[in-house]
Design a protein. Structure first.
Length: 202
């Protein structure tokens, strides 16, 4: 009987921990208005045979402002200024922009930068894995570019995002040196195409 009660208690505790991971994500979206981190992104092909790794930095300010800077192996900058999303490829010296609403929808960037969780995503707690508490965020829009998202927390700190796109390609972003509530100048989320750049506006 004691063993049974112990097992039941552990199961209840585990369920509570899983439920708390959804609350952690909701608290993060509600309370953390700005943040910055370094990231490593690993993209794996659907068959798992090919992997590509890139590194860079990430900053956000709610609502609807963020900046991804890919440093290696190729330089690329993605900036959302609240109205538009700019993508700049340094090698091509080419910048393109789209309206924020049409560019993002139910994407990881929209989720982190202030997307409406209840409107855009179905949330569910997942078992802890690799030392992280995970939450699945499934886009409600079936025609979107992503099949599923998973957000991982280490305690209350954002640690990882895993994305599976419509072609079953898997992208894992692992964050380090995360800092919440940082002071980010307004120009962080402004983008001006460099002189001579090809500019494509959609």
């Amino acid at each position: 009987m004691i063993k049974l009660l112990a097992a039941v208690s552990l199961s209840v505790a585990a369920l509570a921990a899983h439920a708390d991971s959804v609350d952690t994500l909701k608290d993060f979206i509600r309370d953390v208005k700005t943040g910055r981190a370094q990231f490593t992104q690993t993209v794996t092909s659907p068959d798992g045979a090919k992997k590509k790794t890139s590194t860079g930095s990430f900053e956000f300010s709610r609502p609807n402002r963020f900046r991804f800077v890919y440093a290696k192996p190729f330089e690329q900058t993605i900036v959302a200024d609240g109205q538009k999303v700019w993508i700049y490829d340094a090698d091509l010296n080419q910048a393109s922009s789209r309206r924020f609403s049409s560019a993002l929808g139910a994407t990881p960037a929209a989720l982190l930068a202030g997307g409406s969780l209840d409107k855009d995503f179905e949330l569910a707690a997942l078992p802890a894995k690799d030392g992280l508490d995970w939450v699945s965020a499934t886009p409600k829009a079936k025609e979107g570019a992503f099949k599923s998202l998973r957000v991982g927390f280490r305690g209350k700190e954002l640690a990882a995002i895993e994305i599976v796109d419509a072609f079953d390609q898997r992208s894992l972003l692992q964050f380090s040196q995360f800092a919440a509530g940082v002071n980010l100048p307004a120009e962080t989320f402004q983008f001006k195409p460099p002189a001579g750049a090809d500019v494509i506006e959609q």
